[in-house]
Design a binder for this molecule. Structure first.
Ligand SMILES: O=C(O)[C@H]1NCC[C@@H]1O
Length: 381
C-alpha cells in the first residue's frame, strides 16, 4: 500500500475522484471516471443544471489550482441519460471549464472516442460491450449524448483498443449560421487600444452554431492587421481584451443565439478570431471566461464549415484544415472539418483529430483543507 492509499484509509472523510487526462492538439481533457456523485434529473440538461447548482465545488476543484489550472477542461461521464435509456446513445457527458458547463466540445469528444473504446471497466462505461464494430473497416461506432444532442463517433480499433496512429472522427449535431456580416458598433467605453488606433468603432462578425454559439471575427476587423499568427507586437492580452469587450456587447443580443428547440443552448460561448492560411484556416479561440483553446476547437470547426458552405467556399463533400496557434507548430496536429450533408435542421459536419493520454490521477480534499474548491490567480502580464 503506498503513502496515498494509507492516507485515504486513515481519513474516511476524504472523497476520491479518479480522472484520466488526455490532450487533443494540446488542449487538455480531464475525464472524470469515478467518484462523481449521481446527478438528479431525468434529462441530461436537467442533470447539467443540477451539477451547476449542487456540485459546482467539484468542477472548481478539478479545473482550478492546485489540482488543475486556468486552462483546464473536463468531461464528466453520465452513464444514464434519457437517450441512453431509449437506446439512442451509448453514454452521456457533461463538459466543463473555468466558468461552468459547455454544451459541446469537439476536442473532448475526440479524446473520449479513444478513452471509451479503451476502457473495459463496465462500471465506467456499462454499454461498452454493445458498441458496433465493423471488422472490415476496423471502425467502432460510438454515440455520445452531449448537452447539444447526439454526436456520432468513429474510432479505429485494433484488438479492442483504439489505434493511436489514426484519426478519431465524429459527426456533429446540425450546425447553422444565424448572422452574416453583422455590423457591431463598439461604444467608446469598451473600445480597445488597437481599435482606437485604427480609428474605427465598428467590427463585422458572423454568428454560427456548432453545438454552441460562436462569433467569428477576423483579427483585422479587431484592429490587428498582422493577424493572430504574426501578431506584429500585439500581445495575447490585447486579443483577450478585444474579444472580452466584443463578447460583452454581443451576449445580451439574445436574438442572435436562437436555438430551434432548446433554451439552455441559447448563449454566446466564444469569440473565435480567424485568419486564412495557405492550407486552410487558423484561429485563436476565447471561450467561457476567456479561456484559450489550445486546439482548433472542434465545435467551432462545425460552425465554421456551416459558414463556409453558406458563403459557397465549401461544397458538400469538401473539407478544410483548421489550426490553432499551438497545433500549427506540430505537423498533423490540427483538425479537419468536412461538410457532409444538409438537413432541414442544419449542416452535418465531420470533424477529425487526434488525442493522446497524458496520465491519470486520484484527487482528494482533506477534511481540514482551507481551499477545498481550489482557486484562480490573476497574475499581471
Ligand atoms: O473543441 C472544442 O469544441 C472545445 N475546445 C475548448 C472549447 C470548445 O468547447
Amino acid at each position: 500500500m503506498d503513502v496515498f492509499e494509507t492516507l485515504l484509509e486513515q481519513n474516511p472523510a476524504t472523497r476520491t475522484i479518479k480522472v484520466v487526462d488526455m490532450h487533443t492538439s494540446g488542449e487538455p481533457t480531464r475525464i472524470v471516471v469515478k467518484g462523481y456523485p449521481e446527478l438528479e434529473g431525468s434529462t441530461l440538461l436537467e442533470k447539467r443544471r443540477y451539477a451547476r447548482e449542487k456540485h459546482d465545488d467539484i468542477r472548481q476543484r478539478l479545473m482550478r489550482e492546485p489540482r488543475g489550472h486556468g486552462e483546464m477542461y473536463g468531461a464528466i461521464l453520465l452513464r444514464d441519460t434519457e437517450l441512453t435509456r431509449s437506446g439512442e446513445a451509448d453514454i452521456g457527458v457533461l463538459f466543463c471549464h473555468n466558468e461552468g458547463y459547455s454544451t459541446m466540445c469537439g476536442h473532448a469528444t475526440i479524446a473520449l472516442g479513444r478513452f471509451l473504446i479503451d476502457t473495459h471497466d463496465l462500471d465506467v462505461f456499462p454499454r461498452r460491450n454493445n458498441l458496433k464494430h465493423d471488422e472490415e473497416t476496423s471502425l467502432t461506432e460510438l454515440r455520445l449524448h452531449a448537452p447539444c444532442g447526439v454526436v456520432h463517433l468513429s474510432v479505429y480499433t485494433d484488438d479492442s483498443h483504439s489505434d493511436a496512429t489514426r484519426l478519431v472522427s465524429f459527426l456533429g449535431v446540425p450546425s447553422f449560421v444565424t448572422a452574416r456580416d453583422l455590423q457591431v458598433d463598439i461604444p467608446p467605453a469598451v473600445q480597445w487600444k488597437r481599435l482606437r488606433d485604427a480609428q474605427r468603432n465598428r467590427v463585422t462578425v458572423d454568428i454560427a452554431y456548432g453545438g454552441a454559439f460562436y462569433a467569428l471575427v477576423s483579427a483585422k476587423e479587431l484592429g490587428f492587421p498582422a493577424g493572430v499568427r504574426a501578431r506584429d507586437g500585439a500581445t495575447v492580452a490585447e486579443f483577450d481584451e478585444a474579444t472580452a469587450a466584443l463578447k460583452s456587447i454581443l451576449s445580451p443580443r439574445k436574438g442572435l443565439f436562437g436555438h430551434p428547440t432548446e433554451p439552455d443552448l441559447e448563449y454566446l460561448y466564444s469569440i473565435m478570431v480567424v485568419e486564412e492560411t495557405l492550407k486552410g484556416e487558423l484561429g485563436l479561440c476565447f471561450f467561457a471566461d476567456q479561456q484559450i483553446d489550445r486546439s482548433p476547437c472542434g465545435s467551432c470547426v462545425m460552425a465554421r464549415v456551416a459558414l463556409a458552405v453558406e458563403r459557397d467556399r465549401l461544397k458538400i463533400g469538401e473539407g478544410c484544415e483548421y489550426e490553432s496557434v499551438v497545433s500549427l507548430l506540430y505537423e498533423g496536429n490540427g483538425f479537419r472539418g468536412t461538410a457532409i450533408e444538409k438537413t432541414s435542421e442544419g449542416l452535418i459536419v465531420k470533424v477529425e483529430g487526434r488525442a493522446f493520454y497524458t496520465g491519470s490521477a486520484s484527487f482528494v480534499v482533506e477534511e481540514h483543507d482551507v481551499m477545498p474548491s481550489g482557486f484562480t490567480v490573476a497574475l499581471p502580464n
